[in-house]
Design a protein around this ligand. Structure first.
Ligand code: MG
Length: 351
């Protein structure tokens, strides 16, 4: 089987619930979609939605790169999966968006042609996990009413975006804990918004926090080393862990106990697995996160996540707020617990 042709498109998608984090507000996104079609008519889908703030490139630039790359892969034999992946890695090295979309599409079509699910292909070790659902930066009243809504739909894990003003951040979480007691697990994401002392203040003021994502600026990683051991255990590096090389760098010393892997930072399933393997070897737990993305790439991340025994946290709520998507299927989510479908490949169907 050979790759007959490739379609690349850029789709504008509005969000049902615009949100703010420490450095931006988002109300709509662009999604890059790659469709790889074989000479027997089978096809595989990949998608990407990247954050310029994190990876230095936006989705429309990724789209242009993806269009230029089409001819490189057309005509290649499907069986040479790893050669094809290497080609993508070389040609699209500086663009995690187009790299991720092609990498995911190639995995999807390869698994479909082999008649197995992506989960089986990757060797799933975990069948399902709860995902958190994210509340952006907003007032206490609005935060509580949004969490009430999520609890009513069965979610048990809530991620709260913080990182603007430490005392307000602490108050928001105290009020949330007072209202919900132990009925929800709360994790927070400061998106680089805190100083060393503010992070310590938060840690000393709040009990029962599941994890703290990226409190410090990417530019000052060495400050992580001075945190107390108990705090480091629950710090998840996010913006600091973009590529497999970052995982190697930060696992040389005890910077943090958790790495947040996103296919949209590292460029797809293969690079994510390199990061995950480094973390596994070093005893570091994994959180799998996302941007606002299609079900296509969320399903790819879910299957990659469940293939690692050190995966402890899912934060894969990125397709839940899209006004529309290009596919359905991929995974089921029941009371906040995500499990992939068992259909071949990603198990997604074009709408
Ligand atoms: Mg984060």
């Amino acid at each position: 089987m050979t790759i007959d042709f490739i379609e690349v498109s850029l789709v504008d998608i509005a969000l049902t619930r615009p949100y703010s984090i420490s450095y931006k507000t988002t109300s709509a996104i662009q999604n890059l979609i790659v469709k790889i079609v074989l000479n027997n008519g089978l096809y595989g889908l990949g998608a990407a939605s990247v954050s310029k703030h994190v990876v230095g490139i936006d989705t429309s630039e990724s789209y242009e790169n993806a269009v230029l790359f089409k001819n490189e892969l057309t005509g290649k034999n499907l069986s040479t999966l790893f050669q094809n992946i290497n080609l993508i890695d070389q040609q699209l090295a500086r663009d995690p968006g187009s790299k991720a979309a092609y990498n995911i599409a190639l995995h999807d079509v390869f698994c479909k042609a082999s008649n197995i699910s992506l989960g089986k292909f990757l060797g799933n070790k975990i069948s399902s996990l709860p995902t958190s659902i994210t509340v952006g930066i907003k007032g206490i009243k609005e935060t509580i009413s949004e969490v009430e809504e999520y609890c009513a739909s069965g979610f048990t894990h809530i991620k709260v975006k913080l990182g603007q003003q430490i005392d307000i951040d602490i108050e928001r979480i105290i009020k949330l804990q007072e209202r919900f007691k132990n009925s929800v697990v709360i994790r927070v994401d400061a998106n680089q918004g805190w100083s060393f002392d503010e992070t310590l203040k938060f840690f000393n003021s709040i009990k029962n926090i599941e994890l703290i994502e990226q409190p410090l600026k990417v530019e000052r990683p060495e400050e992580n080393l001075s945190f107390p051991k108990e705090l480091k255990k629950i710090i998840a590096l996010d913006e600091s862990i973009v590529t497999p090389a970052d995982a190697v760098k930060y696992s040389a010393q005890n910077y943090a106990g958790i790495y947040n892997i996103k296919l949209m930072k590292c460029g797809g399933i293969s690079a994510a697995r390199e990061i995950a393997s480094t973390a596994l070897a070093k005893g570091i737990d994994l959180m799998w996160g996302c941007n606002d993305e299609s079900i296509i790439s969320i399903s790819a991340a879910l299957n990659a996540a469940l293939a690692y025994p050190n995966t402890k946290y899912l934060d894969l709520d990125g397709s839940l707020d899209l006004v529309k998507d290009v596919v359905k299927g991929g995974f089921v989510i029941k009371k906040g617990v995500m499990s992939p479908v068992s259909a071949p490949g990603l198990g997604v169907t074009l709408i």
